[in-house]
Design a protein around this ligand. Structure first.
Ligand code: ATP
Length: 317
């Protein structure tokens, strides 16, 4: 039995449209399933726990939504030991990208219905569980500014959602003030002056394919950290195109770190986001929980049988 978790509002309504296609495919293939429409980030965990408690034979929970929807169900899936599968229906879909899950509906469904799991790490901290990345500083401020803006509603109304983020980046670039940050990695503290952002990554990208930590691997038991510091506004602006290929890692004002736990303390309050969802402005403490979530992904299907991080995916329910 599969539990389909649907956020109809994700991707500006793509969740609802995707579900209609998926429902047809499941029926035509005779796949036993139940559908759960979640109402909000806050209510999703309780709704999913309630649904999962009703039976024991769950093969997987298949989320139809974006990174925020997946974020909202991580606690419930880890608690019940049910594997995650994803049919991407968000605007960014960086979880799907990071796990090599196809962005087209039928191919993603095929990946969800196969039987190989990756034992993926989770980022755990004061803001709960995160799968892609916890970002703090400039890019979190962009997200907060865009979400609170009038131009977002305007851009969405004319079908130009990406434009809102371009306006948000320019607007934030003019107003954001970098400050000192202390980054304590596995107990060792380093300070960076004039820090713009600190991103703690489990997967390589966020923001719809921006490769902030291109080396990050979901199953390596480690978190990857990117610190951008000591640069001008112009240099930050020119950083963005390099994020598409991940070539920013070679720039002198970018520091890449790797470890098992990290504490991030900016000298001024700075916003943070986890999987794109707001986490507030408190200092961050994030640790990697190795292999905490099983994910049905073509990466696991392609991995050698017997590889440490890939295995058959029998859900415990
Ligand atoms: N389980 C849920 N059910 C309903 N609404 C949710 C749920 N989880 C999060 N939300 C709300 O719906 C919004 C959109 O969902 P989601 O983040 O999945 O899609 P998106 O923003 O379009 O895509 P992405 O996060 O991949 O860029 C979230 O920002 C959040 O406010």
């Amino acid at each position: 039995m599969y539990l389909l978790i649907i956020n109809p509002a994700s991707g500006g309504g793509a969740g609802q449209r995707t579900w209609q296609t998926v429902e047809g495919l499941l029926k035509s293939r005779g796949i036993a399933h139940e559908a759960l429409f979640t109402r909000s980030l806050e209510q999703a965990e309780a709704q999913v726990l309630h649904a999962l408690a009703r039976r024991e034979d769950w093969r997987a929970a298949i989320v139809i939504g974006g990174d925020g929807t997946i974020h909202s169900v991580l606690g419930a899936l880890r608690r019940r030991g049910v594997p995650l599968a994803v049919i991407p229906a968000g605007s960014g879909n960086d979880t799907a990208r990071g796990f090599g899950i196809p962005l087209t509906i039928e191919a993603a469904l095929d990946a969800a219905l196969q039987d190989r799991c990756l034992e993926a790490d989770l980022l755990s901290g004061s803001g709960g569980l995160t799968l892609t990345a916890v970002a703090s500083g400039f890019d979190a401020q962009v997200a907060v500014n865009v979400n609170n803006s009038r131009y977002k509603r305007l851009c969405n109304a004319i079908g130009a959602g990406q434009l809102a983020y371009i306006i948000g980046i320019l607007h934030t670039l003019l107003t954001f003030k970098p400050c000192r940050v202390s980054v304590t990695l596995d107990g060792k503290e380093q300070a960076f002056e004039q820090a713009w952002l600190v991103s703690v990554c489990n997967l390589p990208s966020y923001g719809g394919g921006l490769l902030i930590c291109p080396q990050a691997e979901a199953g390596d038991g480690l978190l990857d950290v990117c610190v951008v510091h000591g640069c001008s506004r112009g240099q930050v602006l020119r950083l963005f195109p390099t994020l598409l290929k991940g070539t920013h890692v070679a720039l002198p004002f970018v520091s890449m770190l790797r470890g098992r736990s990290v504490a991030v303390h900016f000298a001024q309050p700075r916003h943070a986001i986890g999987d794109g969802e707001p986490l507030g402005t408190a200092p961050l403490a994030v640790r990697c929980e190795p292999g905490a979530l099983r994910v049905l992904t073509p990466l696991a299907a392609a991995a050698q049988v017997g590889a440490a991080e890939a295995g058959s995916c029998q859900a415990s329910g």
